[in-house]
Write a protein that binds this ligand. Structure first.
Ligand code: PAF
Length: 297
């Protein structure tokens, strides 16, 4: 293992490095990130243990996955701190390219994943998953990773990437990490840093709403409207500013589930102040503790 993390700043240098490691028979693992790392990211790096010889992470705030009125400019950036954290969990290579190197002036090719990318977040963030799939494919190509890890807080993203890997015959083993949570249950997210103290307190209603839904289903409630009604009330009673979507869907297809007669996924996107937060949990039979979309590729 290298003593200090190696920082690679261009796709060409990354390709040269991965070619060299591959020639030595190394299996390479990647955690793609946009930086501003938290314990959730670090747990994804740890998941690579046993799946590769060299652990890599990318740090790249990808412009093509942000809409024109979204937070690309203000997205938190903390590279020096991120590199220290990566090193602390044995990550050996940090791929941190510049936007100009990733997207040349004449760049025009994108990955379209299809209908699964148009629901939920995709409906409210048109083009978002096209940007995500495109950058993830580019990261896979530059790093030539054999395994890659994604967090399940971004559940739809995980499903979209799994679809792309299958459809495009990408030879990458996908691993999915459970959502890391704060003590009060709030899902860890780089965007939590936008919240004021008062907003942060209100945001605790998000996991409470999901837990309300999960408990109802566990106790045998199968009526989706009743579960959504109760979860919505938890959010509104805590003055969550607005609910963009709150749905129970099939965990594989992401289509609405009419009745909880099998495992479902309750998914939401809400605004706390100006900050958009997403979360999800499995509910219903076989809901609790199941490894979600497991590694079905
Ligand atoms: O989940 C993220 O941080 C990003 O969407 C990803 C996968 C790094 C692509 O930019």
């Amino acid at each position: 293992m290298r003593k200090t993390i190696e920082i690679i700043r261009s796709p060409a240098a990354m390709m040269a490095c991965s070619a060299e490691l591959k020639a030595k028979g190394m299996r390479l693992g990647l955690v793609p990130t946009m930086g501003c790392l938290h314990d959730g990211h670090l747990s994804l790096i740890r998941l690579l243990d046993g799946h590769c010889d060299v652990k890599m992470a990318s740090i790249f705030v990808n412009p093509t996955q942000f809409g024109p009125n979204e937070d690309f400019q203000k997205y938190p950036r903390s590279e020096a701190r991120d590199l220290r954290l990566l090193e602390s969990v044995g990550c050996e290579i940090a791929y941190c390219p510049s936007a100009a190197d990733v997207y040349a002036d004449d760049f025009t090719s994108f990955v379209e994943v299809g209908p699964i990318a148009d629901r939920l977040c995709g409906h409210f963030r048109p083009g978002h998953f096209r940007g995500v799939a495109t950058i993830v494919l580019k990261l896979f190509n530059a790093t030539r990773c054999d395994a890659a890890v994604f967090g399940l807080k971004d559940y739809q993203q995980a499903v979209v990437i799994r679809r792309m890997v299958k459809d495009l015959d990408l030879n990458v083993e996908l691993l999915f990490g459970e959502t890391a949570r704060e003590a009060d249950g709030l899902a860890m997210s780089s965007r939590n840093s936008y919240l004021s103290q008062e907003e942060r307190q209100r945001a605790a209603a998000i996991p409470q709403a999901l837990e309300t839904a999960r408990t109802m289903a566990e106790k045998g409630e199968s009526n989706v409207e009743r579960i959504i009604y109760s979860a919505r009330n938890v959010l509104l009673n805590s003055q969550i500013d607005s609910i963009q979507y709150l749905e129970i869907v099939d965990p594989e297809s992401l289509e609405p589930l009419p009745k909880i007669d099998r495992c479902g996924l309750i998914v939401l996107a809400v605004y706390v102040g100006k900050t958009r937060l997403i979360d999800n949990v499995l509910i219903g039979p076989a809901g609790r503790g199941k490894p979600l979309i497991a590694n079905i590729v």
